[in-house]
Design a protein around this ligand. Structure first.
Ligand code: SF4
Length: 275
């Protein structure tokens, strides 16, 4: 009940540079309901297991130019064409700013920050990929001896006088503000014996190496914008680690917006994911 009061008090729609999980709604519940329905529909339509659909979408999502062409021309004779046509009908409300963002980015970003040039078709696939990774790995993640969550620095960046301080892994929230989303998320994670860290200084690959040496089984949870979450989940899968993740409600950090802005995650969805 305590968490629910905090959640409702501070949950206002936010829009990011390219996406918002609120769409045109006042909460993000509709997004998660749609993602579940759309994923079920794709599994049924192609008679694939969750793992097989995940493998397929991860492979297809790497070819940004081909995907953009398929979405633009909208051919429905191929499997990627059928999928993208369907995703465009069901998910376009959640990524309203992609084209304007891509038009505003300078060409050199192609060499310096390729991920920031993620296109609309890739956003659609990443949304489904995140849902599928959660389905495939959730029970393995929950069964791990040691579970860690990496929370994004930007979720606390607008909090003045943040009291977070480092331990041997990274920064830990000290719970100084009840309205801070890092605090709300950390409280829920701690209740499920998942160790939350504000990811600030540690490189993902070196952290994973350290953890697998120290514990028999290690599970990783990520909270990040859609693009970085899909990429981070892929790195964990390649390292053979069970991974789950929750997307930020929008991409509003300095990398995308030029400054930091308040952001949030869906705490109801977090509870479902970790229980
Ligand atoms: S609640 Fe945690 S993350 Fe938020 S401002 Fe305080 S110490 Fe920093």
């Amino acid at each position: 009940m305590k968490n629910k009061i905090l959640y409702v008090d501070n949950y206002t729609p936010v829009t990011g540079k390219t996406y918002t999980l609120f769409g045109e709604n006042v909460t993000t519940r509709q997004y998660y309901s749609t993602i579940r329905d759309v994923t079920d529909h794709l599994l049924d339509q192609f008679s694939l297991s969750e793992q097989d659909l995940l493998n397929y979408l991860q492979k297809v999502s790497r070819n940004r130019y081909s995907l953009a062409r398929i979405l633009r021309k909208n051919p429905q004779g191929s499997r990627p064409g059928i999928i993208l046509h369907y995703l465009h009908k069901t998910l376009s409300a959640y990524s309203p700013g992609v084209e304007e963002h891509l038009r505003s980015e300078p060409f050199y970003k192609f060499f310096t920050d390729y991920a920031i040039l993620t296109n609309r078709a890739q956003y659609y696939l990443y949304m489904i990929i995140i849902e599928l990774v959660n389905r495939v790995y959730k029970s393995k993640f929950l069964a791990c001896d040691y579970k860690i969550a990496l929370l994004p620095y930007c979720l606390r960046a607008t909090q003045t006088d943040c009291k977070a301080s480092p331990d041997e892994v990274d920064y830990l929230c000290r719970g100084c503000r009840k309205d801070c989303f890092i605090n709300k998320v950390s409280t829920l994670l701690n209740e499920q014996n998942i160790h939350p860290y504000i990811w600030r200084t540690t490189g993902l690959k070196s952290l994973l190496r350290q953890l697998v040496k120290r514990y028999d089984t290690v599970g990783i949870m990520g909270v990040a914008c859609i693009v970085e979450l899909a990429r981070g989940m892929n790195s964990c899968q390649e390292a053979g680690l069970p991974v789950i993740g929750l997307p930020l409600n929008a991409n509003r950090c300095i990398r995308w917006m030029g400054d930091f802005y308040e952001n949030s995650v869906d705490l109801e969805e977090l509870k479902l994911l970790i229980s």
